[in-house]
Ligand binder design. Structure first.
Ligand code: NAD
Ligand code: UDP
Length: 319
């Protein structure tokens, strides 16, 4: 399936999406260097991967620098807080990892003559006024709102990536990831899916923001990883490419679905809606379908069941 072999650096490889990417790459036979400062990720996510001889973990803050000895064939740059709770509590770190951290990851790719892939986000579309969102939409971001530290850092990362493609001839790719969920999300991560599962399992009220009528389109992590790797290996596509689910649901319906699947009698508690929280979100995935032959395969219900099972198992193991 792959177009090249070799050694791949994954920044943010100890996080939720990054740890699944590392595992998949190791299974495909690549050597993987996971670079992470574990600020929002967890060593537990990647400890089981130590059985692969080609796996290496480097605890480092990519904002401080990124030096890797030996050959590198691709740099996948995922390091960044991703949950709104995480980036709102680390505003400066988020901007620094999106700017200086991305510069270091790009420099590493250039110096190794490696391929580069940026994990960007649907947040570049902000609170969108075009729905669903195609890659050609420039977005609707409040540059001085609280979410700007993440949204604008990712928009800057995209611009910096394209500038390196143009000015330094780097083979640089951009994936715009939409709301992804699955095992390895931290229970206290703050995002909707881990919050609702944790609350339902504990019999606590599910905290739905506003009236819960805002929408998201969820994608199970194995599908997101497949989309990222198809873009990495594509012959004729560098992106940006949207990777995300197409089944749009309200937040309230998602809370009710999770309650039902857990078999919980938890109540719904309506809480304050965060400032600039996007009202709707759904990717137009025509480009991913046409140029990568990708579309999600796992249903939301099946993905949520797998995630609930993992949360139960993880809590038994004493997280
Ligand atoms: P995560 O928080 O689980 O993973 C991010 C990882 O980056 C963590 O392990 C964290 O410790 C690490 N990190 C943060 N700052 C770092 C630094 N300065 N140096 C080294 N490591 C650092 O989040 P995630 O959901 O796995 O997101 C991974 C990437 O995908 C992020 O770039 C995020 O913006 C992007 N993304 C994710 C989603 C999603 O729904 N999960 C959606 C859009 C984009
Ligand atoms: N949300 C919620 N309750 C929570 C956490 C999140 O209602 O406990 C809402 C949040 O306001 C947003 C949606 O769920 O409308 C998705 O939030 P999440 O943090 O998962 O990701 P986002 O898409 O905002 O980055």
């Amino acid at each position: 399936m792959t177009q090249f072999e070799g050694r791949i650096v994954v920044t943010g490889g100890g996080g939720f999406v990054g740890s699944h990417l590392c595992e998949r790459l190791l299974l495909e036979g690549f050597a993987v260097v996971c670079v992470d400062d574990f600020s929002t990720g967890s060593l537990r996510n990647v400890e089981p991967l130590a059985r692969h001889s080609g796996f290496q973990v480097l605890r480092a803050d990519v904002t401080a620098g990124l030096e890797i000895s030996g050959a590198v064939d691709a740099v996948l740059h995922l390091a960044s807080p991703a949950s709104p709770v995480a980036y709102l509590s680390r505003p400066l770190e988020t901007m620094h990892v999106g700017s200086t951290g991305t510069q270091h990851a790009l420099d590493l790719a250039c110096s190794k003559e490696a391929r580069f892939l940026l994990a960007s986000t649907s947040e570049v579309y902000g609170d969108p006024q075009v729905h669903p969102q195609p890659e050609s939409y420039w977005g609707h971001v409040n540059p001085v709102g609280p979410r700007a530290v993440y949204d604008e850092a990712k928009r800057f990362s995209e611009a910096l990536t394209v500038a390196h493609r143009d000015a330094r001839g780097l083979d640089a790719r951009i994936v715009r990831i939409f709301n992804t969920f699955g095992p390895h999300m931290r229970a206290d991560d703050g995002r909707m899916i881990p919050n609702f599962i944790r609350q339902a399992l504990a019999g606590e009220p599910l905290t739905v923001a506003g009236d819960g009528s805002q929408t998201r389109s969820l994608c199970y992590v194995s599908d997101t990883v497949e989309g990222i790797l198809r873009l990495l290996w594509a012959q004729d596509e560098q992106g940006p490419v949207n990777i995300g689910g197409t089944h749009e649901m309200t937040v309230l319906a998602t809370a009710e679905l999770i309650c039902g699947l857990v078999g919980s009698s938890s109540a719904i508690e309506f809480v304050a809606r965060p400032q600039d929280d996007p009202a709707v979100r759904r990717p137009d995935i025509s480009k991913a379908e046409q140029s990568l032959g990708w579309r999600p395969a796992v249903s939301i219900e099946a993905g949520i069941k797998k995630t609930i099972d993992w949360f139960l198992e993880d809590s038994l193991l004493g997280s």
